[in-house]
Design a protein around this ligand. Structure first.
Ligand code: KG4
Ligand code: ZN
Length: 423
């Protein structure tokens, strides 16, 4: 089960996360979420089947006998007894929120006397990409797993995970992080680049706030950008149609592309804005990112356009979102491809909340299609399913699975929470 308790409605009121508000909401949600996860039908029947087999093995009753299964009334605390390992996010992130999850997991590990696995949030995001459509099973292929056959890890063997080829280059883009990581093996990471100020998701959220579009900003900004992208691609199509087929010109379809419709001295023109946002740090050879200047650039543009207290039209907001998204995606894709040339990974992973951005997914997919390494191999791109791009429990459990199979587990009294935890 993968229960997600969202605080989006709460943070929408302030157009962003207020740390104290977030941690209080975590306090209220944490126990009900744990209970709900345990009591979810598929979890319950898994555990019921195990219990039932134990109880009825003498009578040789099949696991799938639904009458017997439904006769068991099992509560959350019974189900908790069947848990073999606990995994929890140990950082990085807002300390108040981290502490709620961390201390709940620690207390459970102490009470149940079971091992606990502290997981780096970014590592969780990276592993979410293994849940994609690829049917290859790491579990079946792994020699390491054969050596660990007798351990309790068998209980999570029904995950169908794809096998990985290293090295992997992972671009993690979320509300708090933008990082490029070289993964040489499971658990072996080298940070090759990170944001020096705002994260990409944070910039999306701030631009949405500036344009009064709501929270979280990423999906809304992206929707607005898409509308403008469609508009200019239609107008380019009409123009090229007019050139090749001049008779088709009519007063109704006289559209102009952005290049043909420059702004007047006030910066405003018939729906199209003559601006371009910067591509921060693109001229630097390193793999670091910066998005705060880009956000400021959007702010100046909005100020300039609203100087006479004129509100921005929906069309102008769409164009600003488009120009902004183009700039962010350009930087992310260009730096990732440069890192790919240097490190020659077998796989690129895109993960984190912003990896739900369809334009980013498309641009990276296209770039990789055109890219060949020295050995003429294509680099494979792994994307998490859309429902696992944002923060979720499954990705933390999945990352923990790889710690468990290499026996990298801890006890409640040895682990520490760290809001700046590094991979
Ligand atoms: O990973 P995540 O759920 O939480 C953090 O670890 O921060 O990422 C949330 C971020 C937010 O900033 C949100 O605006 C952004 O991911 N996001 C998107 C999209 N969907 C979510 N950004 C751009 N395009 C999207 N479609
Ligand atoms: Zn996240």
């Amino acid at each position: 089960s993968n229960i997600v308790s969202s605080q989006v409605d709460l943070h929408a009121k302030t157009s962003g996360v207020v740390p104290e508000v977030a941690s209080r909401a975590h306090m209220e949600a944490i126990i009900p979420v744990v209970e709900k996860a345990l009591l979810q039908e598929n979890t319950k029947s898994e555990i019921r089947n195990t219990k039932q087999t134990q109880k009825y093995n003498v009578l040789n009753i099949k696991n799938s006998d639904s009458n017997i299964v439904s006769n068991f009334d099992i509560g959350a605390s019974d189900l908790l007894q069947e848990v073999t390992h606990l995994a929890v996010t140990a950082g990085p992130g807002l300390i108040g929120s981290l502490l709620v999850g961390f201390n709940t997991a620690k207390s459970l590990a102490y009470a149940l006397n079971i091992p606990i696995i502290p997981i780096n949030h970014i590592e969780g995001h990276i592993y979410s990409a293994l849940c994609g459509e690829n049917p290859k099973s790491e579990y079946r292929n792994s020699k390491q797993h054969q050596n660990n056959k007798d351990r309790k890890t068998q209980e999570i063997s029904n995950f169908v995970l794809r096998a990985l080829n290293f090295p992997i280059l992972a671009l993690t883009v979320s509300g708090g992080h933008t990082s490029l990581t070289l993964m040489k093996d499971h658990g072996v990471y080298e940070n090759i680049g990170a944001t020096i100020d705002d994260a990409a998701g944070e910039a999306f959220d701030k631009v949405a706030k500036l344009l009064d579009l709501g929270y979280p900003g990423g999906p809304i900004v992206s929707r607005y950008a898409k509308k403008y992208r469609e508009k200019i691609s239609n107008s380019k199509f009409l123009i090229s149609n007019q050139i090749t087929n001049p008779e088709s010109t009519s007063s109704q379809n006289q559209c102009h592309s952005v290049e043909e419709n420059p702004a007047d001295s006030a910066g405003r023109c018939g729906g199209d804005l003559n601006i371009k946002f910067p591509r921060p740090l693109l001229d630097r050879p390193d793999f670091n990112f910066s998005f705060s200047g880009l956000k400021t650039s959007v702010l100046y543009t909005v100020k300039k356009l609203t100087v006479n207290s004129q509100p921005l039209t929906a069309e102008l907001k769409q164009q600003i979102c488009y120009e902004f998204e183009e700039a962010v995606v350009d930087v992310l894709v260009t730096k990732t491809m440069r890192a790919a040339m240097q490190y020659e990974p077998k796989i690129i992973i895109l993960a984190g909340g912003v990896s739900a951005n369809l334009f980013l997914r498309k641009r990276l997919t296209e770039e990789l299609k055109n890219h060949k390494t020295k050995e003429h191999d294509c680099i494979e791109l792994l994307l998490p399913p859309l429902e696992l791009c944002g923060d979720n429990a499954a990705m933390i459990g999945l990352a923990a699975y790889y710690h468990i199979i290499r026996d990298d587990i801890s006890s409640w009294d040895k682990i520490k929470v760290d809001s700046n935890l590094k991979l």
